[in-house]
Design a protein around this ligand. Structure first.
Ligand code: NAD
Length: 451
């Protein structure tokens, strides 16, 4: 037998990753009933629908979509709808679970949900996408609803898609105020001012707060900081523009077409104009190409992954040279990469805190829809700022508290007969999970397990 062993393949299934993150955190919550733990890690329901549409060229094409309600203890399900060829039931399960913890971290009264249709929007026309949306929503039926499960935009969906979601649901429920069934709508169909840029703005606020709290040695603000942003869609482009407005130098951006680099800083207005016109930033004048892999490895102050899952993994974590990783995307860092970055002293501001600005303003939209109100954008942003700062402080405080009480927690684990390795210090992700799981479990116990 050869003495050379094949490297162990890292687990990249997003739901397995979400469960691993959850189980890591639960070790720091020794009081939790094991049955409750088992309940909280599982989704309440997964609906898979298969349906045809007639595409613009007259062909019949079939699609598979999923909607997961992970947990509704704290309120109706909340979470985006994604259109992407790689959508799977497990990806949607993971994204739904992350929504449960995210809503709890920022303390908005929603549970976690997510949906997705496996399709490639680049190969579909606008009318195809409208039919897919309508068919998907109609087949989900009353599994969606203002007090049941409330979708929002995610990868490759936007305000226009949410208008179709609303319209379809409204056709199925005439004579009711259906506006709160979906958020991220166009502003003149009940959308909230500030929602379109809320996720990127929330990333900015969380990052600024964490820096001001001294999370990164020698970097207390974004003024003059160098920043690389992976993904130039709703989250990445908004974050990049707002970071630049806050004084940062955006040296690299990227999208599905590849990356662009300029050490002196990229003109955000030009980049966004090109993206709006051409769909991608490929060929941006005044910049040179850079691969997505090399962008992640740039020697910058702040790295913002804002594209998809599993970008920072065991096999490239040691290439990361940023001083601070700020997760705009959901699930961009794997558990092995988390451990590697923590060991090297690179803090990661976790997705379930950092990109929670979107769901926060979705909640404000939902409230405005119920009240038939429209709030000023300044009010929305001020409320978002307060939420993000409070949540960031709570996560940092939870990390300090846990790391100061490891011996106590180990003793409690021993008293409860919980086996395993002694507890090690926690990173910010685990701290955010402990905060969130504690809040959801607390509400579950206050309500009492039904019946
Ligand atoms: P989007 O569709 O608007 O943009 C996605 C961007 O990522 C595009 O620029 C695309 O070209 C790029 N991209 C795709 N594959 C890539 C790759 N392999 N390498 C580099 N870039 C790639 O989507 P979005 O709404 O901005 O979502 C981005 C991430 O943020 C997702 O993880 C999503 O779940 C998360 N998120 C979105 C919201 C929201 O409100 N839209 C809220 C919270 C979290």
């Amino acid at each position: 037998m050869s003495s050379i062993e094949a490297p162990v393949q890292e687990e990249l299934n997003p739901f397995a990753i979400a469960q691993e993150q959850f189980h890591t955190a639960v070790r720091y919550l020794p009081d939790l009933d094991p049955g409750l733990v088992d309940y909280l890690v599982r989704p309440e329901r997964l609906i898979t629908v298969e349906f045809p549409i007639e595409t613009a060229d007259g062909q019949v094409q079939n699609f598979v979509g999923h909607r997961v309600l992970h947990n509704s203890v704290r309120g109706p399900g909340k979470g985006g709808i994604r259109f992407h060829p790689d959508v799977t039931a497990d990806e949607v399960r993971a994204l739904a679970a992350w929504m449960t913890w995210k809503c709890a971290v920022v303390d908005v009264p929603f549970g976690g949900a997510k949906g997705g249709v496996a399709c490639n929007p680049a190969e579909l026309t606008e009318s195809d996408l409208r039919r897919i949306t309508r068919r998907f929503v109609s087949q989900l039926g009353d599994a969606l609803g203002p007090f049941v499960d409330v979708p929002a935009p995610d990868v490759n969906t936007n305000a226009r898609t949410m208008a179709w979601v609303y319209d379809t649901y409204a056709m199925m429920h005439p004579g009711e105020n259906n506006l709160p069934v979906v958020t991220g709508k166009p502003v003149d169909i009940g959308g909230s001012l500030g929602r379109a840029e809320a996720t990127g703005r929330g990333v900015l606020y969380a990052c600024q707060r964490a820096l001001a709290q001294g999370l990164v040695d020698g970097l207390d603000s974004l003024d003059g900081a160098t920043v690389a942003v992976q993904g130039f869609g709703n989250v990445g482009a908004t974050a990049a523009r707002l970071f630049a407005e806050a004084g940062a130098r955006i040296v690299a951006i990227s999208d599905v077409s590849g990356g662009r680099y300029n050490e002196e800083g990229i003109d955000m207005d030009a980049a966004i104009a090109l993206r709006d016109e051409a769909g991608v930033v490929d060929g941006l004048v005044g910049t040179e190409p850079i691969s997505n892999d090399d962008l992640l490895a740039l020697d910058v102050d702040v790295l913002v992954p804002a594209a998809l899952e599993n970008q920072i993994r065991a096999d490239n974590a040691d290439r990361i040279r940023a001083r601070f990783v700020v997760e705009g995307a959901n699930g961009p860092t794997t558990p092995a990469a988390d451990r590697a970055l923590y060991a090297r002293g690179i803090p990661v501001l976790p997705d379930i805190l950092c990109n929670a600005g979107g769901v926060t303003v979705s909640y404000y939209e939902w409230v405005q829809n119920h009240e038939n109100e429209q709030w000023d954008e300044d009010l929305v942003n001020a409320k978002l700022l307060a939420k993000m700062e409070r949540a960031t402080d709570a996560v940092i405080a939870t990390q300090s508290r846990l790391n100061g009480t490891l011996a106590d927690l180990d003793r409690q684990r021993g008293e409860r007969g919980l086996n395993g390795e002694p507890l090690g210090p926690v990173d910010l992700r685990t701290a955010a999970y402990v905060l969130a799981v504690g809040r959801v479990a607390g509400v579950a116990l206050q309500r009492g397990i039904w019946p």
